[in-house]
Design a protein around this ligand. Structure first.
Ligand SMILES: Nc1ncnc2c1ncn2[C@@H]1O[C@H](COP(=O)(O)OP(=O)(O)OP(=O)(O)O)[C@@H](O)[C@H]1O
Ligand SMILES: [Mg+2]
Length: 241
């Protein structure tokens, strides 16, 4: 199997009887990272919260190493087992259930499972914030679903250490913008349960810039623009514990 993504070419292979995922950087990766970093700075200035961009280039690939994975494990955020890492290739454990966006879009998945998955993503994001880190690129495609419906987190390139409200809001916003084109009932359920999970770990509500950032990011993210606009206007409800 072979996926073509924005930053890396991804293939699945059997090595020594084990299924692994091989991620090779594209030649354009550094340019994409530069674009992302610039956009991040510009959006932070638009929100009157000027912020340094997340790591790029070599720094971002060292983020994929064992030390960051151990760090995350200690904070309660599981990641796939790393088999090898070079400057342009990562080989890691294949997680069988696909990414979380695909799971959310699966019409056969029952609501309890959707709700459990969204809750866990909120818990993992809250734990990371408690530990003083952010994911930055927290889209649902960066979470992988195991057979037992527990989540692990992949794509660690932009994890970095900060407690800033802007950076934390970006995590909430990028997650919710990535699901903004799902049908409104599912979007509402996912937002509510993601928020419940976040609050249960962080002991506080979402950082305040999340709605503004979610709306900005959604404009560029959503495949289905009319559902996105409907969810932006009607999808969010005020938070009830
Ligand atoms: N360990 C894994 N097991 C199973 N599938 C995986 C694994 N890692 C990645 N994938 C699949 O490949 C997709 C892209 O992976 P990843 O986010 O690491 O690449 P990327 O190029 O950084 O993507 P993007 O730039 O779009 O975020 C994931 O959404 C998931 O569907
Ligand atoms: Mg990714």
């Amino acid at each position: 199997m072979y996926f073509v993504n924005w930053q890396r070419d991804i293939s699945i292979q059997k090595i020594d009887g084990r299924m692994v995922v091989i991620k090779r950087n594209k030649a354009t990766k550094s340019f994409h990272e530069y674009l992302l970093a610039t956009t991040y700075c510009l959006v932070s200035m638009m929100c009157i919260h000027p912020s340094a961009p997340p790591p790029a280039g070599k720094f971002a690939s060292s983020n994929e190493g064992s030390s960051m994975r151990n760090n995350l494990k200690n904070l309660g955020v599981p990641t796939p087992i790393l088999f090898s890492l070079t400057e342009d290739t990562i080989i890691e454990e294949f997680i069988e259930g696909g990414n979380l966006y695909t799971a959310f879009s699966d019409k056969l998945k029952n609501k309890n499972i959707l709700s459990y998955l969204a809750f866990q993503a909120g818990c993992l994001t809250g734990r990371l914030h408690n530990g003083g880190y952010v994911f930055t690129d927290n889209k649902s495609q960066n979470y992988l679903v195991k057979f037992d419906n527990t989540l692990v987190r992949t794509d660690l390139a932009f994890v970095h250490k900060t407690n800033s409200a802007f950076a934390q809001s970006m995590d909430i916003a990028s997650f919710l913008a990535s699901v903004i084109d799902l049908d409104i009932a599912n979007y509402k359920l996912i937002e509510q349960r993601f928020r419940d999970g976040y609050v249960s770990e962080a002991n506080r509500d979402f950082p305040y810039l999340w709605i503004l950032l979610r709306n900005i990011i959604s404009l560029g993210f959503a495949a289905d623009q009319s559902t996105m606009l409907q969810n932006i206007t009607k999808g969010s409800t005020s938070y009830k514990k």
